[in-house]
Write a protein that binds this ligand. Structure first.
Ligand code: HEM
Ligand code: HEM
Length: 189
């Protein structure tokens, strides 16, 4: 089944979840790595790949948000407390927000640097800059915001993974298994 039901995730939501998860972990690692490379040529290439994959994440995240709004949300197990439901709901909203805001702040760095290096998406086409004023101060500001939000994103992902592992190994309720596209439906409310 392609679409979600109240019982489980469809293949589109599952494919988007895992593709974006892998891309974000790779993107985060590449972001930290590319800053410590001395070789200028290699560093230029890595930044272009970072910008390309970051914009791909932005496009996929938009599509995912639309898909999420257009599909039913699978219900949590009946025994999930109100507090846990709130925590899950807010963590998911924050993850969606960061999947979109994080690439936008990266795009803002690329658009404010006085070096005016074009963003070559996958070396295929030039992506226009955002309409922002170029200055060292603006670039430094956006770079700090990008860095701080990157840590917030990492923290939320760790929290999210711990919650998923808790469902699987302590609660044995099928919540992780249904995001893998297998298993019986959870005992929903
Ligand atoms: C979800 C998507 C993204 C993630 C998780 C991410 C993550 C990161 C991280 C962790 C760093 C290192 C920060 C530091 O140590 O100061 C970084 C740096 C950077 N990112 Fe991203 N990034 C994303 C998207 C983008 C996009 C779309 C662009 C541009 C179009 C971009 C442009 C940059 C640039 C130019 C730097 C270097 C900043 C500097 O020199 O201080 N990023 N990114
Ligand atoms: C960068 C990494 C990740 C991000 C941004 C992310 C984001 C999200 C979001 C926004 C949802 C809400 C459902 C949706 O709209 O698709 C979700 C659900 C879920 N995620 Fe992740 N996720 C990440 C990594 C992981 C990992 C590594 C695991 C497993 C260890 C995991 C397990 C789950 C599970 C089990 C659900 C379903 C929760 C439910 O049924 O209510 N996620 N994820």
């Amino acid at each position: 089944m392609l679409r979600n039901t109240r019982l489980g995730y469809g293949w589109v939501a599952i494919a988007l979840h895992w593709t974006i998860a892998v891309l974000i972990v790779g993107q985060w690692t590449l972001g930290k790595m590319m800053k410590s490379i001395a070789d200028q040529r290699l560093s230029f290439d890595l930044i272009q790949w970072h910008k390309s994959f970051g914009l791909l994440i932005l496009a996929l995240a938009f599509f995912r948000l639309v898909w999420r709004l257009a599909n039913p949300r699978p219900a949590l197990p009946a025994e999930t407390s109100g507090l846990e439901r709130q925590a899950a709901g807010w963590t998911h909203r924050a993850l969606y927000a960061l999947m979109i805001v994080m690439p936008l702040t990266g795009w803002a760095i690329a658009s404010t640097t006085v070096l005016e290096i074009p963003t070559l998406a996958f070396y295929l086409f030039i992506v226009p800059d955002l309409p922002l004023t170029r200055s060292d101060a603006a670039e430094a500001l956006w770079a700090s915001v990008h860095d701080v939000l990157g840590w917030v994103l990492l923290g939320l992902v760790l929290l999210h993974v711990l919650a998923a592992l808790r469902h699987h190994f302590l609660l044995h309720d099928g919540v992780l298994v249904r995001m893998l596209g297998a298993g019986p439906p959870v005992n929903r409310e």
